[in-house]
Design a protein around this ligand. Structure first.
Ligand code: FSX
Ligand code: SF4
Ligand code: F3S
Length: 405
């Protein structure tokens, strides 16, 4: 709920314009800003600054480069079930160069990139999607006659901040898997300095949105861990927030895909789940605004550790295969979490929005709630639409997850 200061924002016209722009009722827009601030772990009162920044028309210019990848990062960003997230992202940034989304081609787009870089020198965000091939002078990936190495260095030189989105750009990801014939590397290795990373294959779009909102509000990226990952999203193990954790603690495991334990929603550790050694907020933010359970483990597949170098793909400091599915995860934290489903429950039931928010509050560290915001938003929109549909004689149902809030 938005606080008093938030509701007393002086520039109500700006807020009204912003909520209209993103197609979101004013109250939900303010709620979004309040939840993003809480999720990012900002102190009380920061929600007003977030609202002012998001509502202002000063959108940071973003140059988005594509190299060795499947474009899943962009797809996941634009394929949220509810259009709110996509609209929000495209509203809070000015996407001045993006090879797959640009209608124009050739010299025209290259010119657009150069113009945006000149006009926003020192102030634009550089987002890199995909790994960078470094072998043989980087000849295995060229755009407009320049290698990915040259383009990255050129665009990073005057950027306010560099974000490597997806595991490929973060450290090489899938393309760096052995034998890595093109020498695929991450952005930090190519630039020779740390950058912000949002790993995942694909990464969660909410984490990107919350990171950009932080930049927009404070002119700086949120606090990062040693690997460049925003702490609000990557400070907790999947295993800590997993809805199947009670089964793990009780020793109830699925032993084969399709067996009774699997059908009952038991823990997937013995099927190779890498949740115990993978840091990410997947169980709390979920994917695709499609309700409870919409993340790998929720759908019955072990986490492969796609956010973690050396687990999902590659190995630290070199090429490798990651950790195959038949290998058991290293259990990094054996302490049971404070909040988890009751041990008597047989079936995992997705973490509810309420419980995840509570967890974030108790932990005081955002455990993904920053990004939960947008999901909350999408869901409340769905509920609103459902209410409208019911009013009009429609039969749309309110999502289970929303009922839990
Ligand atoms: Fe694909 Fe992105 Fe994976 Fe990589 O996501 S989803 S291969 S992380 O660079 O497009
Ligand atoms: Fe969940 Fe995997 Fe941990 Fe089991 S091992 S509780 S499925 S994260
Ligand atoms: Fe990746 Fe595991 Fe999350 S496979 S999407 S880190 S649940």
């Amino acid at each position: 709920m938005a606080n008093t200061r938030l509701l007393q924002l002086e520039d109500e016209t700006t807020i009204a314009d912003a909520s209209k722009r993103v197609g979101m009722p004013r109250r939900e827009f303010l709620q979004f800003c309040a939840t993003v601030a809480a999720g990012l772990g900002l102190p009380p009162g920061a929600e007003a600054a977030v609202a002012e920044a998001v509502a202002s028309k000063k959108r940071p210019s973003v140059i988005w480069l594509h190299f060795q990848e499947c474009t899943g990062c962009t797809e996941s960003l634009l394929r949220a079930e509810h259009p709110t997230l996509e609209r929000l992202i495209l509203d809070v940034i000015s996407l001045d160069y993006h090879e797959t989304l640009f209608a124009a081609a050739g010299h025209q787009v290259e010119q657009a990139r150069k113009t945006a870089m000149t006009e926003n020198r020192g102030a634009y965000l550089l987002v890199v999607e995909g790994a960078i091939p470094t072998r043989d002078g980087g000849i295995y990936c060229k755009v407009g006659g320049q290698t990915a190495i040259e383009l990255t260095k050129e665009c990073a030189a005057d950027a306010a901040a560099v974000i490597a989105i997806g595991s490929c750009a973060s450290w090489g990801g899938m393309p760096s898997t052995a034998p890595n014939p093109t020498g695929s590397s991450g952005v930090a290795d190519v630039l020779g300095k740390p950058v912000a990373t949002i790993p995942g294959c694909p990464p969660n779009p909410y984490n990107f949105l919350a990171t950009v909102v932080h930049f927009l509000t404070f002119g700086a990226l949120p606090p990062l861990d040693d690997l460049g990952r925003p702490k609000f999203a990557y400070s907790r193990l999947i295993h800590e927030n997993c809805e199947r954790r009670a089964h793990f603690d009780a020793g109830r495991f699925a032993m084969q895909f399709g067996d009774e334990g699997h059908r009952k929603g038991y823990c997937l550790y013995k099927l190779g789940c890498k949740g115990p050694e993978t840091y990410a907020n997947c169980p709390t933010v979920l994917f695709g605004d499609a309700g409870a359970g919409t993340w790998p483990v929720g759908c019955g597949h072990p986490c492969i550790g796609c956010t973690e170098q050396g687990v999902g793909f590659g190995k630290p400091q070199g090429v490798g295969f990651g950790k195959p599915i038949h290998m058991l995860a290293k259990v990094k934290n054996v302490e049971p979490p404070q909040q988890y489903p009751r041990i008597v429950e047989e079936q995992g039931v997705g973490a509810t929005l309420g419980s995840a928010s509570l967890l974030a509050a108790v932990a005081g560290a955002a455990a993904g709630a920053g990004a939960m915001v947008a999901r909350n938003l999408g869901l409340s929109h769905q509920a609103e639409e459902a209410r409208r549909a019911r009013g009009a004689g429609g039969k749309t149902e309110v999502r289970d997850a929303y009922r839990d809030t």
